[in-house]
Design a protein around this ligand. Sequence first.
Ligand code: BJW
Ligand code: ZN
Length: 293
Amino acid sequence: MCIVSRSIRKRTKTLGFVPKFLSQTQASDLAKFKQDLKSAKEVVVLSGAGISAESGIPTFRGNDGLWRKLSCPDLSKPSVFRDDPGLVWEFYHFRREMVLKTKPNAGHIAIAQYEARHKNDKKVTVVTQNFDGLHAKAGSSRVIELHGNLFKTRCTKCNEVLVNTDSPICPALAGQGSPTSNKLTSDIAEKDLPHCKKPDCNGLLRPHIVWFGETLEPAIVEQTDAVISKCNVCLVVGTSSLVFPAAAYPSVMAAGGTIVAEFNLEPTLISSTKFDYYFEGPSSVTLPEALNE
Ligand code: BJW
Ligand code: ZN
């Protein structure tokens, strides 16, 4: 399958305006991108939910991104957890159980294999908005998780972060969290939800996920700033580029001279103005084509 690509940097620079998307397939852009990648020493893959869609995990803003008719901004707020932690835990229990059954797809694997092939001549870092752990499962060794991880908990009292892959995470959640139920409140009592095991704490645990209005972990932001400031080529994969600060990184990199290539099913709002390359199609197809030498 040949991927549709559009090279836009030269035109925006010389003409001073953004042309309409070019209509014909330009296979030569793929060759040019591969040439750019060849000379890169530091490569960043900035990924979003689209890369995991073909592993069976719904995207946030796609057609199947609703849970009980609620969208991600309806649920991903600290106030919702304060009001009904049981409801939020049901939502995360459903997602944990679903993700436990998934596997990395050809897109995740192409990135991990590219890193392995270039372990002596390039630094490849994945900066992901996803919290499904599939990049690490595929074998990527440098993964920065901007928005946390479904299989980590954080104590609301002592802030301890722990990995937890228990299924279910607590007995009260067994069989709960159906996405098709009409219930918008939970019957699960707070005392039956996961709690901190430190005897002197016993605080309520929450998913270690960054919700809207919460700041990203300072150490994560620092690590990300360090890799994006040195990056030569960035692949922006499967993100709508609507959520900040992640949405700002490609523009920051492009402004600093990084070559930026977008891989998506459809152009995003910023792709026509900010990026050098646009490769259209499912990332399980476009990434192997772009990364396999
Ligand atoms: C495929 C494909 C295939 C499909 N192949 N492609 C500056 C301006 C305006 C607002 C703000 C700002 N700075 C901060 C804010 C507020 C807010 C924000 O960004 N709001 C916007 C919505 C406007 N940001 C925050 O609150 C952040 N905190 C912060 O900045 O703190 C400081 C601060 C606070 C308040 C004010 C100002 C400063 C935290 C954001 C945390 C987001 N967390 C979530 C949690 C979800 C929880 C859950 O569901 O469990 O993270 S939101 C959700 O969106 C999730 C994702 O990681 C994130 C990004 O989504 P993503 O990955 O892009 O997915 P989709 O679904 O949107 O797109 C999928 C794409 O894939 C599409 O393009 C498809 O076409 C494509 N695709 N199949 C290739 N096979
Ligand atoms: Zn604790």
